[in-house]
Design a protein around this ligand. Sequence first.
Ligand code: GRF
Length: 212
Amino acid sequence: MKKIVILISGRGSNLQALLSAQLPCTVTAVISNLADAGGLEIAKQHGITTQVVSHRDYADRASFDTALAKLIDGYQPDFIVLAGFMRILTAGFVNQYLGKLINIHPSLLPAYAGMNTHERALQDGVKIHGCTVHYVTPDLDHGPIIIQAAVAVMDNDSPQTLAARVLSEEHNIYTQAIRWLCTGQVTLNAGGKVRYTQQQVNGATLISPNLE
Ligand code: GRF
C-alpha cells in the first residue's frame, strides 16, 4: 500500500474528502504550518498523526523547507499531497520531490495561477471556471496537469458562491487523482508528461450560457 503525507494550512475540506474516500493508500501524517488549522482536528478524528511546523519559527523559506522535508522524509511517503497548503515552496524543496508532490488549485490552469482565483475570474467575466490537480514543479501552479473539472459561472455569482461550486468539484477530482496515483494508473514520464494506463475522456462539451 502506498503511503501519503498531506500538507494543509486551513479548514481541510479537501483533506476531509481524501480521508472519507477510502483511498488505496495509508495517510501516514497530516502536517500543517499553522497550529490552528481546522484540518488538524479532522485528521485527529480519523486517528491520523498530526504535526505542526510553524514557518514563523524559521528565518527564511529555505530553512523552513529544510525542516519540513526532514519531517516528511521520516514518514517515507510515496506522495506528498498539498491540500490547501498556503506556503510557496522553494525550488530546492520541489525538485527533491519531483513526481511525488501533488497540488490542487482552484482554477482551470494555466489561467489564474496564484491567489484570489474566483474574484479574478468574475472580474474577467469568464463563463467557465474550475479546478486543477497537477504535479508540482518549481514553476508555480504550472506543473503537469493530471485532471481538471469545469463549472459554469452564473450571472449572479459572488466569489463565495463560485468558490463553493468549484470546491465541490475539487473534492471529486482530488480523490480521483490520488486514487490513480496510488494504484499506478497515473505516472509522470521522464519527459515531464502525464501518462495514464486507461484514460477515459467522454468528449462532453460545456457551453455556458446554454445555446437556445
Ligand atoms: C482549496 O480551494 C484549494 O484548491 C486551495 O486552497 C483551498 C483549500 O481548501 N489550494 P480546504 O482547506 O481544502 O477546504
